[in-house]
Design a protein around this ligand. Structure first.
Ligand code: URP
Ligand code: ZN
Ligand code: ZN
Length: 473
């Protein structure tokens, strides 16, 4: 087993920062030491196999992206990143763990859906990975499977109030799944949008000839996100299930979540970089078919209504606890183009897995969040929320040696053909200039990214059996 000493850096955690050297032995962190510590009189730097000088840089726990969709069949096509390309891109951006979504549809066995996801990922990942389970067809078998999956390390289940005919669950199905979760300790993840009402609006827009990507956003108004969020909170309250609302974009939905949290309920919110930076007017409203690049659900919201600023505020005040990407990439060619002339046929999703740490770090640069909060939102809380804390999300003795060395004085120009490793023919983040740079990424003690090169190995990433949430009130 090889040893590594990361010297001279500022180790940042969710609770503070300190000058410390980090000693790694094999796959684990074994000690945080006063800079320049000695062992039996010898300078540690002379006794370890590898020394990494992190002087002037931050040493942070590897990012945990708790919401990705590699190879997801959706919208008549499949998300364009495989587990190989997607986890490699994630590593380039300082993410060392993803939690992807295995899928069960109506009439299918949940266990078969999970087995399919294991087949897709096993041996193909550059970094560690876990799974949530989508329950797209709640029935007796599915409810029973939810109990079984807990023992297999799948401790969170996503339900959809949107996408009728695809993943949609009715309120009675949601109620029953939540009752099951309340019984076995699982977390219910909710896509909170009123799908049937959205479908009616979509049909009306199309009938009026309003077919461009802009109408994707207009047909999914914030009222239908707020309403669904409120309904999900009430059903969770009734049943006692912990509720984690995914990809929250509307300030009114966050207000519902904040009210529930203030009332002491186990309700949590995730938002994504797209809801912090991008908008209905600028991106979805781009000329021609360009806006298709940013078709995702929940949709980008109007900047004029102030949703983006409210999302930043929610991250600061802990009304929202996690930033994930909802990485679901599609190329323009042959994929997004399926919706030329009909926005409802554009596959929903944006690719961001590579840029989450950098994009959120701009919140530190701009004074919206602290350095510690950045680490908390991107690494520590997602690990706690989804039963990985102790191994992931922290630089402490005993934790996996998932470490990122981040240069606050570095610079990253995001753009297709520049810093782009996702399997897409465009970047949804084209032209974003980042103050900061992911210099070095270590996964379980193994160098993955260093000196501008991928030094990892496809197949290094292991499946993570997760425990129950460690973040409940
Ligand atoms: O647009 C999105 N979000 N695509 C992925 C599927 C989902 O709802 O998370
Ligand atoms: Zn969703
Ligand atoms: Zn998603």
């Amino acid at each position: 087993m090889s040893t590594t000493l990361i010297t001279g850096g500022t180790v940042v955690s969710a609770t503070g920062r300190r000058q410390a050297d980090v000693l790694v032995d094999g796959e684990r962190i074994v000690a945080l030491l006063e800079p320049g510590s000695t062992l039996l009189g010898s300078d540690l730097r002379t006794t370890v196999d590898t020394v990494i000088d992190a002087t002037g840089r931050y040493v942070i726990p590897g990012g945990v992206d708790a919401h990705t969709h590699m190879e997801m069949p959706f919208g008549g096509t499949s998300a364009s990143d495989t587990f190989e390309t997607g986890t490699t891109a994630a590593a380039w951006g300082g993410t060392t763990t993803i939690i992807d979504f295995a899928i069960q549809r109506f009439g299918e066995r949940v266990q078969d859906g999970l087995a399919t996801w294991h087949e897709k990922a096993a041996g193909n990942c550059a970094i560690d990975y876990g799974f949530h389970q989508i329950i797209g067809g709640v029935d007796e078998d599915a409810l029973q499977a939810m109990d079984e999956l807990i023992g297999e390390g799948i401790t969170s289940f996503k339900l959809f109030m949107a996408y009728p005919g695809v993943f949609y669950s009715t309120d009675d199905q949601i109620l029953r799944a939540m009752q099951t979760a309340a019984g076995n300790g699982a977390t219910i993840m909710m896509h909170a949008e009123n799908g049937p009402a959205i479908d009616a609006l979509v049909a009306q827009h199309l009938a009026r000839g309003e077919t461009t990507p802009y109408y994707h956003g207009v047909s999914r108004p914030w009222q239908l996100e707020e309403e669904a969020t409120h309904r999900a909170i009430m059903l969770a309250d009734l049943t006692g299930a912990p509720l984690y609302v995914v990809h929250v974009s509307a300030k009114q939905a966050i207000a519902q979540i904040a009210a529930a949290r203030n009332a002491g309920k186990n309700v949590f919110a995730e938002t994504c970089p797209q809801y912090l930076y991008l908008s209905l007017e600028e991106q979805l409203g781009a000329p021609g078919f360009e806006g298709a690049k940013w078709v995702c659900s929940t949709p980008l919201r109007a900047r004029a209504e102030g949703h983006q600023d409210e999302m930043w505020l929610a991250l600061r005040t802990n009304d929202a606890q996690v930033v994930s990407t909802d990485h679901c990439p599609f190329c323009m060619k042959d994929q997004k183009e399926l919706g030329l002339g009909n926005f409802s046929k554009i596959p929903n999703g944006i690719g961001s897995v590579e840029h989450r740490m950098d994009l959120l770090y701009q919140g530190v640069v701009d004074g919206r969040i602290s350095l510690e909060r950045w680490v908390e939102l991107c690494s520590t809380t997602p690990a706690r929320m989804f039963g990985l804390y102790g191994r992931k999300g922290v630089i402490e003795p005993g934790a996996d040696a998932d470490v990122v060395i981040y240069d606050p004085n570095g610079h990253t120009s995001i753009g297709y053909g520049k810093t782009h490793h996702m399997n897409m023919d465009h970047s949804a983040w084209e032209g974003f200039e980042i103050d900061g740079h992911v210099d070095t990424v270590i996964s379980r003690g193994t160098l993955v990214i260093d000196d501008g090169a991928f030094r990892g190995r496809i197949g290094h990433g292991q499946f993570l059996k997760r425990g129950l949430s460690q973040y409940l009130l």
